[in-house]
Design a binder for this molecule. Structure first.
Ligand code: ATP
Length: 252
């Protein structure tokens, strides 16, 4: 068992966001968490990353939990957070080298991995010598993704990884995620980009009202490919969606 979340509960003030969530993601799986805006996907991922303190519940990664040895757990996790915090005064290369040092990569490892990842994602190498502050959203995202996998973490957590990427970069990321999902690793993604989710997910979780409305394989979710993921998701969520306001004024 690789990533095991039991009875996870989180409220912000009176707003109950997660209620007794139970999720297990096994090695080799790419688990994609779906759900409407504000349903708690980032909160859930941030609890796993120890960035948000849950009210109750346990989180165990490869049998270890944060209470026993938080550094050992964090060494084995790579993350792209939704707000993708980088050090904007650094150039892209400086930032990636800084992250490589944090993870104690050797100079040779850092050189090899940073060169290959930047060659993979960036056609404009010049930009990597410029400050991140001047990067576009997509360029920042590529740096954030490269930083997340530089140390080859056993658990890779990506919050909205496709948002802001151009179609070519998004397809490169699809290929990278597929290659990264080896039988000994866990990949956990939150995304609204169902076309890309379709290409990488082995398992799906649908969060709604603090709980999982679906938690299982893609095959079962799509009825062995009879539905696309977006059709299956609409069927699940639309009955729970109310539109109280009409917008007919726009028609005239
Ligand atoms: N630090 C915070 N303090 C108070 N409320 C918060 C905080 N962070 C998130 N929330 C609230 O918790 C709920 C879940 O937010 P969260 O960002 O986890 O949702 P999400 O599913 O990731 O949304 P989206 O798909 O729009 O990114 C929202 O109602 C949000 O307003």
């Amino acid at each position: 068992m690789s990533l095991e979340i039991k009875e996870l509960t989180k409220a912000y003030g009176k707003k109950q966001v997660l209620q007794n969530l139970n999720i297990t993601v096994e090695q080799g799986q790419c688990y994609c968490l779906l759900g409407k805006n504000g349903v708690g996907k980032s909160t859930f991922l941030n609890c796993i990353l120890d960035l948000v303190q849950p009210d109750s519940g346990t989180i165990s990664l490869f049998g270890q939990d944060y209470h026993k040895d938080s550094l050992a757990v964090k060494r084995n996790v790579g993350a792209l957070c939704e707000d993708n915090p980088l050090i904007e005064e650094f150039t892209g290369l400086e930032y990636l080298n800084f992250v490589a040092k944090l993870y104690k990569l050797t100079a040779a490892e850092a050189e090899e991995r940073i060169t290959s990842l930047t060659n993979y994602f960036f056609t404009d190498k010049e930009s990597l010598h410029k400050n991140i502050a001047g990067y576009s959203t997509g360029m920042k995202k590529k740096v954030g993704i490269a930083a997340a996998i530089l140390h080859k973490p056993g658990i890779l957590i990506l919050d909205e990884p496709f948002t802001g990427l151009d179609p070519i970069a998004a397809q490169l990321l699809v290929n990278l995620i597929r290659n990264y999902s080896t039988p000994n690793r866990v990949v956990l993604i939150s995304s609204h980009d169902l076309n890309y989710v379709e290409k990488v997910a082995t398992h799906i979780g649908v969060l709604n009202d603090g709980q999982l409305m679906y938690n299982g394989s893609v095959q079962e979710f799509t009825m062995n490919g009879e539905n696309l993921i977006d059709q299956a998701l609409f069927q699940l969520l639309l009955p729970h969606h109310t539109t109280e306001t009409n917008i007919d004024w726009m028609l005239t």
